[in-house]
Design a protein around this ligand. Structure first.
Ligand code: ADP
Length: 474
């Protein structure tokens, strides 16, 4: 049992001022694996006070010392590798290999990338008529979701630390344990007291408290559009800047000359990774009319490789995070059938033999129209929608016919077509032919997918204010 009933405030593990606790469930077994305290506004006030006290010295810590601090964090993070992998598999239900290659690695890469980006970052620039200075935005409140317990926390924290901004983190209450390990890592790495504060709790108490707190200067949030809008409204009271990383309904455009087997594998991989609980996943697969049958055949061939089951066994796909999420995914699958899409694979209910755990079937719909609910709304589960297009302009039109703009994908050979699609999709990140990840590349959305950019130097920028000085003596 992991019972973490304390918050981490001002460099110490402290009792909650409230008595409410929340049980944490392993989604693969439906068993309680531990508890956390649900923080109160009083706990949050204490954390804000600690962060404000830490601000003067941390915001003026030399760049060199901040680089060294981030490097020490990356080292300490690596030492906790086994713990992090085990914890994420327990709280998220992610297969062990995914916990290692995706979740553990993303956290590590954000800390080491932030150290590298910071080395190159210029905080003062002589512009001729004026001098431009970048200074820490102040105390930052970070609110994170459950689908990537180390990725979203680490990218925000690493960027804030690089910028000299003390933070208060409220991780998702369903996956709180990875953040406890992060607090221990920061302690081991000698992060000054008050620079990192962790207050566990409910979104409508601690999350709401963070977005409306007058002592917090900036809020970075990842999660649903519904909560993102609320955070923006709350932040407007004190004219706080916000960074929001929200949902997506990203297209994957398969060109006529694409390797169809590879394209099918890519498409299935998108709904399999993290059980489709990925905001940037490609969930609308756009196929030329002429290739529809061949593509469907390839998808059905590839699908059995992506076994659903116990994340501690050799499976590719684990359960969904919760009963609530399971119900949501089921209702989207029902809606797809109701609205007339062709169910090619999967469907409602649990996969055979998996009665315990929030497992759902890998589901593929074909003959999907872009105005069907399953093509318009983010499902956050392993559900693929196959749509067809006439020509490249049609593919681009369908791709952009969405309120979202987080990511876009294109696969094929023809360079001109690849470039055209990549530059025409209105989204924050485009990937051509399964290009490798780059942790220096900005991440964030157009349209209702959010505001701001995380990762690398753009991530650091989020936690900075620009000051101009006229007549600065050289
Ligand atoms: P998801 O649907 O991925 O759980 P949410 O947007 O519901 O996304 O939650 C993401 C994070 O936002 C979680 O840490 C959650 O506790 C927090 N949250 C939920 N409601 C609010 C709120 N009203 N204000 C601020 N944060 C909230």
């Amino acid at each position: 049992m992991r019972n973490y009933l304390k918050h981490y405030i001002n460099g110490e593990w402290v009792e909650s001022t409230g008595s409410d606790v929340e049980e944490v469930i392993n989604p693969a077994t439906e068993e309680v694996i531990g508890k956390i305290s649900l923080g109160t506004k009083e706990d949050l006030d204490k954390a804000v006070k600690a962060a404000r006290e830490a601000f003067p010295s941390f915001s003026t810590m030399s760049k060199d010392d901040r680089v060294k601090m981030l490097e020490r964090i990356a080292e300490e993070y690596e030492k906790r590798k086994d713990d992090i992998i085990e914890t994420i598999t327990d709280e998220l239900g992610s297969p062990l290999a995914v916990s290692e290659k995706v979740h553990f690695m993303m956290g590590y890469n954000h800390f080491s990338q932030a150290a590298e980006s910071l080395k190159e970052f210029s905080f003062m620039e002589d512009m001729g008529g004026h001098t431009r200075v970048k200074e820490s935005v102040g105390v930052s409140g970070l609110i994170t979701p459950w689908n990537f317990p180390t990725n979203q926390t680490s990218t925000k924290i690493a960027s804030a630390f690089a910028a000299g901004s003390p933070v208060i983190l409220k991780p998702a209450e369903v996956t709180p344990f990875a953040a406890i390990i992060l607090a221990e890592i920061f302690e081991a790495a000698g992060v000054p007291k008050g620079v990192f504060n962790l207050v566990n709790g409910k979104g409508d108490v601690i999350g709401d408290g963070i977005s409306s707190h007058p002592g917090i200067d900036f809020v970075s949030f990842t999660g649903s559009g519904r909560v993102g809008k609320k955070i923006m409204q709350n932040a407007s009271e004190s004219i706080k800047n916000v960074a929001l990383e929200l949902g997506g309904k990203s297209p994957l455009v398969v060109l006529e000359d694409a390797d169809i087997e590879q394209a099918a594998r890519t498409a299935v991989n998108h709904i399999a990774t993290n059980t489709g609980q990925v905001c940037s996943a490609a969930t609308r697969i756009l196929i030329p009319n002429s290739m529809k049958e061949a593509f469907e055949e390839e998808v059905l061939k590839v699908l059995p490789e992506f076994t659903v089951g116990d994340p501690r066994q050799d499976n590719k796909v684990g359960p969904l995070i919760s009963k609530k999420q399971w119900n949501t995914v089921q209702s989207y699958i029902e809606k797809g059938v109701e609205e007339g899409a062709t169910l090619l694979a999967g469907g409602t209910g649990k996969p055979e033999g998996l009665d315990k755990g929030y497992y759902t079937k890998m589901t593929v719909f074909s003959d999907v129209k872009n105005d069907m609910t399953i093509a318009e709304e983010e499902i956050f589960g392993p559900v693929m929608s196959i749509l067809t297009y006439e020509d490249l302009d049609d593919a681009i039109r369908i791709s952009n016919d969405t309120e979202y703009g987080l990511a876009g994908y294109v696969v094929g050979e023809d360079k001109e077509a690849l470039r055209k699609v990549a530059t025409s999709i209105r989204a924050g990140r485009i990937k051509v032919n399964d290009a490798e990840a780059d942790f220096a590349a900005p991440f964030g959305g157009f349209k209702q997918s959010g505001i701001g950019r995380e990762w690398g130097d753009h991530g650091i920028e989020e936690y900075l204010e620009t000051k101009t000085i006229l007549g600065y003596p050289s």
